[in-house]
Design a protein around this ligand. Structure first.
Ligand code: AHM
Ligand code: MG
Length: 330
């Protein structure tokens, strides 16, 4: 039989992909692979809970609010616990910071081997769960500076310091998007074998697409530049797409282009989205895919956060579309 095997048909798991990436650095210890494998294990567990949420009675609020005054859903708590249980066992994790916790948790000091800090939003967009809309986990991995002793100081690093960032979208399929600073890779969970399989490497966001994604109901409370941009977009044949679930909205923008934004509003003068575990990792992914991400007049990646739950305005997407918005908002 002739050897007609097409190499592009090979199966590559998320685990193998990370091992291959790490092998490019002969001094790498493998610690990083352990962390991604913990996140992937947690993601599979969360995907399972999300799929069965209504049947297992996990839809709805628990009647408590998190530090940011938002009502926690039962699944927020389940997802948060899944990630902590998986990451807590990884020897190289020094600090964990979650949207659901008031303060970051120190697991290990630098001298105990804690090399990395992991920031995460366990279940972003969870208020949409009742309606079966896609929700997601967002994460960001930073190096732990052993010289900084308090957890807040340790995690308050600009996005440019990220070692890796990613998200998992629990939608019609479960999708894992990852960047380690060398492009963006997209994996999809094969539920029958329980593995995330590589679907696409070097994902590139389209250079342009006439689509904007924003909660237009807040339009009257946006700064003037955004309102002028929206008027311009209306006159120039743009479409609007907004799910209200950041992972789903950013994922669509990554694949099909356009611009996603959460500007300052009257209710949230700094914007609604949190820097460390929402804006910063999404900015790294979008930039790695060839797009742009800004918070105010600065690249989101260059923002220097001062506290763990700090919020920033978000503007990200296709290069030409982001530049167009910036012509209006400065
Ligand atoms: P959450 O972290 O409490 O779920 O809130 C974040 C979500 C994002 O997923 C989404 O982009 C945004 O809130 C939607 O906000 P709004 O309903 O104000 O448009
Ligand atoms: Mg969130």
């Amino acid at each position: 039989m002739p050897n007609s095997h097409d190499l592009s048909e090979n199966l590559m798991s998320l685990q193998s992909h990370i091992l291959l990436e790490e092998a490019k650095f002969p001094t790498a210890s493998g610690d990083f692979t352990w962390i991604i494998s913990a996140i992937s294990l947690a993601a599979k567990s969360i995907a399972n809970h999300v799929r069965r949420a209504r049947l297992s009675g996990a839809i709805g609020k628990i009647g408590e609010t998190n530090v940011q005054g938002e009502e926690q859903q039962k699944l927020d708590v389940i997802a948060n616990r899944a990630i902590i249980r998986c990451l807590g066992t990884r020897a190289s994790v020094a600090v964990l910071a979650s949207e659901e916790h008031d303060e970051p948790t120190i697991l290990r000091r630098g001298n105990e081997g804690g090399k990395y800090c992991v920031m995460f939003d366990p279940l972003d967009g969870s208020s949409n769960l009742d309606t079966g809309v896609g929700v997601g986990t967002i994460f960001s991995i930073l190096r732990n500076d052993p010289h900084i002793h308090d957890a807040q100081g340790t995690v308050c690093q600009p996005g440019t310091h990220q070692v890796a960032a990613g998200y998992v979208l629990y939608g019609s399929s479960t999708i894992f998007v990852l960047t380690t600073g060398n492009g963006v890779a997209l994996f999809e969970l094969d539920p029958f074998i329980g593995s995330f399989l590589l679907v696409k490497e070097k994902v590139r966001i389209p250079e342009t697409n006439k689509v904007y994604s924003v909660n237009e109901a807040y339009r009257e409370t946006f700064p003037e530049g955004y309102r002028r941009y929206l008027d311009w977009a209306h006159q120039n044949g743009y479409s609007s797409r907004y799910i209200g679930s950041m992972v789903a909205d950013v994922h669509r923008t990554l694949l099909t282009g356009g611009v996603f934004m959460y500007p300052p509003t009257k209710k949230n003068p700094e914007g609604k989205l949190r820097y460390l575990y929402e804006a910063s990792p999404m900015a790294m992914i979008i930039e790695q895919a060839g797009g742009l991400a800004f918070s105010g007049s600065k690249r989101t990646m260059e923002h220097e956060p001062r506290e763990v739950h700090e919020r920033v305005p978000v503007l990200l997407g296709s290069r030409a579309e982001v530049e167009k918005v910036r012509e209006f908002v400065g």
